[in-house]
Design a protein around this ligand. Structure first.
Ligand SMILES: [Cu+2]
Length: 150
């Protein structure tokens, strides 16, 4: 099957966003705990060429940052980072416990099943691509308490 046909098929199912050579899949976030006004967004991003995810915006958040989570002296900590490098043709996973996009100062309540609009800024060569993504809100619970240390 030709690559464009696969892309066309993917385009037809939900959860795939493309701009230029950038493909984003499975964007989601966990519904924030009551009283919390931050949420981490997770997704899979891939670009056919070497690229850098430099930032994002969302109408539901006052501030959006790129974060990395790491273990420091036995405590999970989040750190803001300037960009996430995307090797050519290699999927990069933003996932709980690692890289994520942080929505800060949420302007509205987010409920499981809601879609959150995001625009990702990706630099591909000397071109700036903007990828429109819909992240699905998943229910709060199970493994993570939602407690986050900045
Ligand atoms: Cu974070």
């Amino acid at each position: 099957m030709k690559r464009w046909m696969i892309w066309l098929l993917c385009w037809a199912c939900s959860g795939v966003a493309m701009a230029g050579d950038v493909v984003v899949q499975d964007a989601w976030l966990r519904a924030p705990a009551p009283g919390q006004d931050v949420a981490g967004v997770y997704l899979t991003i891939e670009c056919a060429q070497v690229a850098t995810l430099t930032g994002a915006q969302s109408s539901v958040a006052g501030t959006v940052q790129l974060h990395r989570m790491s273990m420091q002296q036995g405590v999970m900590r989040m750190q803001q980072i300037a960009g996430i490098r995307l090797p050519a043709g290699q999927a990069v996973h933003l996932a709980p416990g690692g890289l994520h996009i942080m929505l800060i100062h949420l302007k509205q309540a987010l409920h499981p099943g809601d879609s959150v609009p995001l625009v990702l800024d990706v630099t591909v060569g000397d071109k700036a691509e903007h990828v429109d993504v819909q992240a699905v809100v998943r229910g709060f619970g199970d493994s993570q308490t939602g407690k986050m240390v900045h």
